[in-house]
Every structure is written in structure tokens, then in C-alpha cells.
Design a protein around this ligand. Sequence first.
Ligand SMILES: [Mn+2]
Length: 254
Amino acid sequence: MFDHPHRPLIGITVGRDVPNRPSVLRLTENYVRALTSSGAIPVVITTGIDTAAVRTLVERVDGLLLPGGVDAPDPHPRHYSEEAQPTTVIDEDLDALEIAAIARATGLGMPVLGVCRGCQILNVALGGSLIQHLEPGKVNHLQDIPLGLETHELRLEAGSRLAAPAGGELLLRVNSLHHQAIARTAPGLRVVGTSEDGVVEAVESTDPDEWIVGVQYHPEELMHRLAHRGLFADFVAACARYTAARTTERNTSP
Ligand SMILES: [Mn+2]
């Protein structure tokens, strides 16, 4: 645990437990723990507020975290010009919320971390597409053991943002709980991690000045490992730098 002089506020998008009708909002607590133990303060940005309010909230935070979760809904395939398959579960309100939040955050140059569904919606919002359902193959992407345990390997690209907190290690053991994956990578993103079967497990911005990372696995459940703690630390540090730079800009502009 460490403290930044200014503890970054990080917006987390949250949807309903039962899509498309008022029910109970749902956020896996380990995202909150991962952020607070990295020195940040989480701020919930929930469905049920209007798009202008989403933009206002994004403007007031220092970073954006797009989470996933057990049985998280899939982004609607119409956002990448496909019809929904029977296996696709959708929450249109969460899609709208996250697409608006991503547009505002990337417009501001704000750091963005997408996890699992968050990685997928990030790719879709920026113009990419998804594999709607991964057929069972050589690698099991839907583990039936707890998420605190790793199940498959992932090869990272040397020099990527993820390789640095991993201590330069290019082979990472990760957990896996997804039935979809990135198909066409969005313009502005590049693939920096794949599993043995070629499934995309990590993307980042093609612009080295932007901190935008998407991971298909769940680092918030693996905080007992240095590499995953390091990812959150790097994200929170980038959020602090982002706001410090904006404050300097405001104070020095005429
Ligand atoms: Mn996987």
C-alpha cells in the first residue's frame, strides 16, 4: 500500500445484475480492493444515469476502469455490425454507458484499463469486433477453479506496457473466465498478449503516450502476484500523472 500525494479517483462502470430491467447493481469487490491497495479511490459510474452525467463524471475522475465479472453480459454485436448469436447475453444500458465513458476518456487522453468484458467493450467502442463464442479447444478459457488460481499461459510482447510490471517476463500465468475474445483489433489498439491457441489476451494503445490497456484475464483476482499488482500500480501512477499534467496545463494557460 502506498499513497500518492493526490490519490487518483478512478471511475468504475457498473451495470445491473439482471440486464435491461431495474434489479441490483453489481461490482466484484476485488476491483475496489485492487484500486485501494494501489493508492486510488474508486468512484462508481452506474447505468441509470444519462449520457451527459456519464461524461461529467468521466471529466472529474483521473482514470477509467472497465470491469468484467462472472456472467458479465456481452457487448451487443450490432456495435460491430453482426447479429447476436444464441449464446450472447446483452445489457444495452451498460453498453451505452461504457461506450460514452470510453469516448470521453479517450478524447481527454485519460488512462483506461479494461478487464475481461471491459477489454472487449473497449475494443468494440474503438471500432473492433469480437468472436461471439469461443469453441472449446486446446486452452480452457472458462476455468472451473477459483479465479485466484492461474489456468493458462499468455505470451507478452517485449516492450509492451504489460511486460514492464511483469518484471520483463514474457510468459505470464493467468486465470481465464471468458467465452468471447477479440476478433478484429480496433484501430488505435495493438495485440500485446496471446494464449497458446492464438486467442487475444491483451491489447494496448498504439500511441506510447496513451495509457490504454485491455486484458482478457482478471488481474484483480491475482493481486498476490507481483506482475498483476504491478499492472494496477502502473495504471494508478499513470492516472496521477494524467491529472498532474492537466493541472499544470490549466495553471500555465493564459
Ligand atoms: Mn483466456
